[in-house]
Design a protein around this ligand. Structure first.
Ligand SMILES: *[C@@H]1O[C@H](CO)[C@@H](O)[C@H](O)[C@H]1NC(C)=O
Ligand SMILES: *[C@@H]1O[C@H](CO)[C@@H](O)[C@H](O)[C@H]1NC(C)=O
Ligand SMILES: *[C@@H]1O[C@H](CO)[C@@H](O)[C@H](O)[C@H]1NC(C)=O
Ligand SMILES: *[C@@H]1O[C@H](CO)[C@@H](O)[C@H](O)[C@H]1NC(C)=O
Length: 375
């Protein structure tokens, strides 16, 4: 099942490469050999491109960690997962998350398990720490209930490393091993939509101007990403924020004055993104033995400042999340949003495809994930 998905969703560039390689192989078997040496063909082989893949973030990547928490941000019920091979798992979308699809591009046959119940057998290939409602700041998402903030996800990673180290029985080997993994961080949206832009529940907008908030948030993120580096990560993918003012929940809560999206929220997200990209450059300069890369979701999803033509969510919402056991829209591929907050699998596929192989040099800088994996 999973492997058919891999085949279905291989970026067309790779399909072209593979087809070209097949054609050439009729005449020049040696070229295929060279191609294999350069790792060009490895997507269709069973070996992953990297030995391990660790995922950090919020509901955009959560794969079930919130299921056992006392929180309203919990979606282990239909119609979530209606298009996912295992049904509802706690993923906040109809099918796979972008992190899942990137894992498949990297060659992992099984989905990276959620931290909550990852077994010793599974942890060596990676763990997913994502938690719906979580933010860079500890308090973000508090009004939704329990969640695992990014600082606590890093503490969970310390535990995972101890477990892997015990399994390997050789600290040097473990350290070398962890350097080869891909680490993905997709967090920060809740520091805005579940914090700064709810002034009745959170004080941040009283304390900070929106510009100062971006500075403070980016500084905190810098410390956390440095901690990840200190825990042995050397290939780190940092996702920027999407146009948060275009999510249906933001539009419903604040209104748009006749515009397609809430400009004030988009502006805030852009202020943060404009800090984040230079931050990634600085981290690269400060740590010559590490490769950080920035993924620009605006470039991937709304390059001309376009907003999705349909911001209408696919499932019936209550509002926010889908109503349990409600019937979602029949053609999920035509909706940008699944519920009032989260993109559909088709959008996640675009994000995964273009962060894996960038189509514009804005999409991923300085490396797309396929390059990062090979470095
Ligand atoms: C879950 O959280 C709510 C709201 O904070 C609280 O009232 C309730 O007692 C909690 N339930 C459990 C089982 O801890
Ligand atoms: C982890 O828990 C989920 C449900 O919470 C279950 O579907 C899955 O099979 C569990 N995985 C393992 C490896 O125990
Ligand atoms: C531990 O791992 C390192 C690196 O792979 C290796 O060189 C060394 O021989 C190993 N030590 C033992 C005791 O196995
Ligand atoms: C992201 O891409 C958009 C569209 O190409 C561009 O306008 C914006 O400056 C980029 N943002 C960053 C932080 O690089």
């Amino acid at each position: 099942m999973v492997s058919t998905f891999i085949i279905d969703h291989i970026p067309s560039i790779i399909v072209q490469q593979v087809n070209m390689a097949r054609l050439l192989s009729l005449y020049f078997p040696i070229l295929i050999f060279v191609g294999l040496l350069h790792g060009q063909m490895r997507l269709v082989s069973s070996e992953p491109h990297v030995p391990c893949y660790f995922i950090f973030g919020d509901s955009l990547v959560d794969s079930g960690n919130n299921n056992i928490l006392n929180t309203t941000a919990k979606v282990n019920y239909l119609p979530y997962g209606i298009d996912f091979p295992e049904g509802p798992t706690g993923r906040f979308t109809n099918g796979r998350t972008a992190a899942d699809i990137i894992g498949q591009f990297l060659g992992f046959v099984k989905f990276i398990p959620p931290y909550v119940n990852a077994t010793d057998q599974e942890i060596s290939t990676g763990v997913n720490y994502g938690s719906g409602g979580a933010g860079i700041r500890e308090e973000s998402g508090r009004h939704l209930g329990d969640r695992i903030s990014f600082p606590r996800q890093l503490l969970n990673h310390v535990t995972t490393i101890s477990r892997i180290s015990a399994l390997h029985g050789n600290k040097t080997f473990t350290a070398e091993y962890l350097k080869k993994c891909i680490y993905l961080a997709n967090i920060g949206s809740n520091d805005y939509v579940s914090n700064y832009f709810i002034p009745t529940l959170y004080s941040t907008s009283n304390i900070y101007t929106v510009d100062k908030y971006a500075v403070v948030l980016a500084e905190q993120y810098r410390e956390q990403l440095t901690k990840l580096y200190n825990l042995g990560a050397r290939k780190i993918v940092v996702f920027g924020l999407s146009q948060l003012g275009c999510i249906p929940a933001a539009i419903a809560a604040i209104g748009t004055n006749g515009k397609p999206c809430v400009d004030s929220i988009n502006d805030a997200a852009n202020l943060f993104n404009n800090r984040l990209k230079p931050l990634v450059d600085e981290l690269n300069n400060d740590h010559f033995d590490a490769k950080f890369t920035f993924i620009n979701l605006t470039s991937i999803l709304a390059p001309e400042g376009d907003v999705p033509t349909s911001n209408v969510h696919c499932c019936l919402t209550q509002p926010g999340q889908c109503i349990p056991n409600s019937i979602p829209c029949p053609v999920r591929g035509l909706s940008t949003f699944y519920d009032d907050l989260h993109p559909t699998e088709v959008v996640n596929t675009v994000v995964a495809t273009r962060s894996y192989i960038a189509l514009s040099n804005m999409d991923a800088s300085p490396y797309d994930i396929s390059h990062l994996a090979r470095l």
